[in-house]
Design a protein around this ligand. Structure first.
Ligand SMILES: Cc1ncc(COP(=O)(O)O)c(C=O)c1O
Length: 415
């Protein structure tokens, strides 16, 4: 049971066959298209409530044909947490007579493998299984390697993970722990991608890199479907999303459009302003946005503690920039040195395990509030795409540690 009609080349709208292994078209992403009128006849919003609380409740808007190919660890339906204390800190410039904006964090750190990468890789690995792939490979700067390893293990497929030597240590170990053939490369993620291109030719590995196959977007799209359902089929005024390759932002924008077309969202209602958040250490999207460009120049000397944002060149750059502009949003580069401040502010005020990538979003909300881009009474959602615990090096070197709080027991000498 699949409502997929075809794949579409995002760069030129060309139509491609769906039920075969697909990568890119003209080196740009492919998008999955569905028979949306048939979807709206097949299921109603109300029928969803009886289904399991996982992202597979949106089955009709996902591409897998046979249920037995679904590879799942129960991912999805992450909480949308109100954040009044963080909101009070970020919106303190609003006058006390106005209704303050309402701040929420959609907490993706609670997903299997500790990051939102579970969503994309659950769908992409399911499709790879359905289409007969046996060996999958990924270049990763962080969380995607662990997630691929876990879903490949669950599917019984062989996974190859290539990561730069400075990939966070937890990401290195989790890939190996879940049984992937995990390799450290003394180069950049682009060098890891080159190794995979050669392996694909030589050993028949399937390359499951960000936006180089069409199905990870479909998994990430479920963040937008869930958000709409959790807000009772209305959307917030603003979404702040930590943008690397942009899969999540592109996926959510696609989700909102599909929901409008099947009539679950009001077709005339405003969609959220989408804000792409990056670090000054690697900010190709804000640079292109500021220059009015549709394609981004590669960022040079990319460096940031937010490893998921270290993407100097995204092949879906034009899709990110189109969505931002169409939505009336923005692209923001947040000072690299401030990321740990925003991380700590959120963890201590709200108890949410915020990753450094999402810390860029917290900084961007603060800046938008100062600049008047967020109005009184508006709703604001930040996506916390991963768990802070995965960044032990950042916590150890840049955030307060327990060193000063050691206790020599017994407390009173000689007692
Ligand atoms: C925690 C985290 N946040 C954000 C991103 C960027 O994701 P996207 O490709 O959807 O822009 C990544 C990607 O590695 C990540 O690991």
């Amino acid at each position: 049971m699949s409502f997929v009609t075809h794949l579409e080349g995002a760069i030129d709208g060309s139509r491609l066959e769906a039920r075969q292994l697909a990568t890119t078209h003209k080196d740009r992403p492919l998008l999955v298209r569905y028979d949306l009128p048939a979807v709206s006849r097949a299921i109603s919003r109300d029928q969803l409530t009886a289904r399991d609380a996982t992202m597979w409740r949106y089955r009709e808007l996902l591409p897998v044909e046979h249920n037995e190919n679904i590879v799942t660890l129960g991912e999805g339906m992450t909480p949308l947490l109100p954040c009044p204390a963080l909101g009070a800190a970020l919106f303190k410039s609003f006058s006390s007579s106005s209704t303050p904006p309402q701040l929420f964090i959609k907490d993706e750190s609670q997903l299997p493998t500790g990051s939102f990468k579970s969503r994309g890789l659950s769908v992409a690995v399911s499709m790879a299984k359905e289409l007969g792939v046996k060996h999958i490979a990924i270049p990763t700067a962080g969380n995607a390697g662990g997630a691929l390893a876990a879903y490949a293990a669950r599917a019984g497929l062989e996974a190859f993970v290539f990561m730069p030597e400075d990939t966070p240590v937890v990401n290195q170990y989790e890939a190996a722990l879940f049984g992937a053939r995990a390799f450290l490369v003394n180069g950049l993620i682009t060098d890891c991608a080159k190794i995979i291109r050669e392996g694909a030719d030589q050993f028949g590995w399937f390359d499951i890199s960000t936006l180089k196959e069409p199905y990870r977007i479909e998994g990430k799209k479920t963040m937008g479907l869930e958000l709409a359902e959790q807000l009772n089929w209305r959307l917030p005024n603003h979404i702040f999303y930590p943008t690397g390759g942009g899969t999540g932002l592109i996926g959510m924008w696609k989700a909102f459009s599909e929901l409008q077309q099947i009539g679950w969202l009001d077709a005339n209602a405003d969609k959220p302003a989408m804000h792409a958040c990056q670090s000054t250490g690697c900010a190709p999207i804000p640079a292109a946005f500021a220059q009015g460009e549709r394609f981004a120049d590669p960022a040079e000397n990319a460096h940031t503690i937010a490893s998921g944002l270290r993407v100097p060149k995204a092949i879906g750059d034009f899709l990110i920039l189109d969505a931002i502009r169409e939505s009336g949003g923005s692209a923001r580069a947040i000072d690299e040195d401030s990321l740990t401040h925003w991380m700590r502010l959120t963890t201590t005020l709200e108890g949410i395990s915020l990753c450094p990538e999402a810390a860029a979003c917290v900084g961007a909300v603060a800046r938008c509030a100062e600049q008047g881009a967020i109005q009184p009474g508006q709703s604001v959602v930040i996506f916390n795409t991963g768990a802070a615990q995965k960044y032990v090096e950042v916590i150890e070197t840049k955030l307060p540690t327990l060193d000063h709080n050691k206790i020599n027991w017994p407390l009173i000498k000689g007692a």
